[in-house]
Design a protein around this ligand. Structure first.
Ligand SMILES: C[S@@+](CC[C@H](N)C(=O)[O-])C[C@H]1O[C@@H](n2cnc3c(N)ncnc32)[C@H](O)[C@@H]1O
Length: 358
């Protein structure tokens, strides 16, 4: 039988529906005890604390979570995670250990890695080591190509576990049916999904031009009571998943899925309707700036413009290109914010520019 170590600890007790908010806030205050497992019962979650919060911290907690309480409870200690690389130390030639991939992406119960050429012969061993060290992983996929084509898909091969590419992924309290072989999804965009969703205001109409399985659209609808989101994608599989995800997350009536080319769809039925347009098709978004401007209400609105920036270019230059493209459509523009989102290839980054269209 497995030995579970229990420990009594101060904790933050909060209603289940506020659990995620509480964990984020307590993490920001650096008061979460990471050695202990969070507990749940039917009504509450209990976040173990590494110390009693100070008066100021309590004030900050109560401001955002008026119903929270500081309590005491018995918690299980977390099992120490063994790195998959440790399991391979005596199975791989020593000179290859340094080539083991450091980054693993987790989409639901699927782990995704990139196997370098020199480790090809050992990929089944690498996959098994990941399965053994990550209890919740059922399948390990290796990337076998770059993201490509209109639907932005990538080829994978199963290197361990169940032979499948579909799963349910959880992000910020939403659930997404995903099939990585049929529709685009990246867990590395979760911060962006939440950043944009958090900026939406009550009463807004949003157009998500390249919606995929719905991570922006559904989170927006989940976070805000009174919003309308038109979620467009040209990939029929993505729209099928999007429809499932709308039902799964109970945002019917708020998110309207539309299969088709964003340009054509907007031209036909969404002209001048949007307070906000999301343009997450980095390699081509610049070609859609004119139609995004036409989608924005005459009084103005915001666009979230995603692009790639290579080592030979700069974010400043991408801003200039965006401003030029908007002005070409006869509208004024003010750049509000920009940041690098993630590295996408050697010397290439995905970036976002938020701009106000006037
Ligand atoms: C990079 S993915 C982004 C998906 C989603 N926004 C996300 O964050 O996961 C871009 C999506 O745009 C879709 N797409 C490509 N060209 C399109 C077009 N002309 N009109 C509508 N959707 C398009 C692709 O099928 C793909 O699902």
């Amino acid at each position: 039988m497995e030995n579970v170590v229990n420990k009594k600890s101060a904790c933050l007790k909060i209603k289940k529906n506020l659990g995620e908010k509480a964990i984020i806030l307590a993490s920001k205050l650096e008061i979460v005890d990471r050695e202990l497992e969070i507990r749940r019962d039917d009504a509450f979650i209990y976040v173990p604390l590494n110390r009693q919060p100070s008066e100021d911290e309590l004030k900050a907690l109560r401001e955002k979570l008026p119903s929270c309480e500081i309590s005491t409870k018995i918690f299980h200690e977390r099992k120490k995670q063994i790195a998959f690389t440790e399991l391979l130390e005596d199975k791989l030639p020593p000179h290859l250990l340094a080539s083991l991939p450091r980054a693993i992406d987790f989409v639901g119960d699927i782990a995704i890695i990139e196997i370098p050429q020199e480790l090809e012969a050992y990929r089944a061993l690498v996959g098994e080591a990941i399965l053994k060290t990550h209890e919740s992983v059922q399948t390990v996929l290796a990337k076998t190509g770059a993201v490509s084509g209109t639907y932005r898909l990538r080829e994978f091969s199963v290197i361990a576990g169940k032979p499948k590419t579909e799963t349910i992924h959880k992000e910020y309290g939403c659930q997404f049916y995903v099939d990585l072989a049929k529709a685009y999804f990246s867990p590395r965009l979760c911060y962006e999904h939440n950043r944009v969703a958090s900026m939406v205001k009550d009463g807004e109409t949003v157009i998500d031009m390249f919606a995929g399985v719905g991570p922006f659209a559904i989170l927006i609808a989940k976070k805000h009571e009174n919003v309308k989101v038109y979620a467009i994608d040209v990939n029929p599989h993505a729209v099928e998943f999007l429809k499932k995800n709308i039902r799964l997350n109970r945002v019917e009536g708020k998110v309207h899925p539309i299969l088709g080319d964003a340009k054509q769809v907007i031209e036909e039925k969404l002209l001048g309707m949007a307070d906000r347009v999301i343009m997450n098709l980095p390699e081509k978004a610049i070609e859609f700036v004119d139609i995004a401007c036409k989608a924005i209400k005459p009084k103005g609105g915001i666009i979230h413009f995603y692009t790639f920036v290579s080592g030979f270019d700069s974010l400043e230059n991408m801003k200039l290109k965006l401003v030029e493209a908007v002005e070409k459509c006869g509208r004024k523009v003010e750049v509000l914010f920009s940041r690098f989102v993630r590295a996408t290839a050697p010397y290439e980054w995905q970036a976002v520019i938020d701009a106000k269209i006037l």
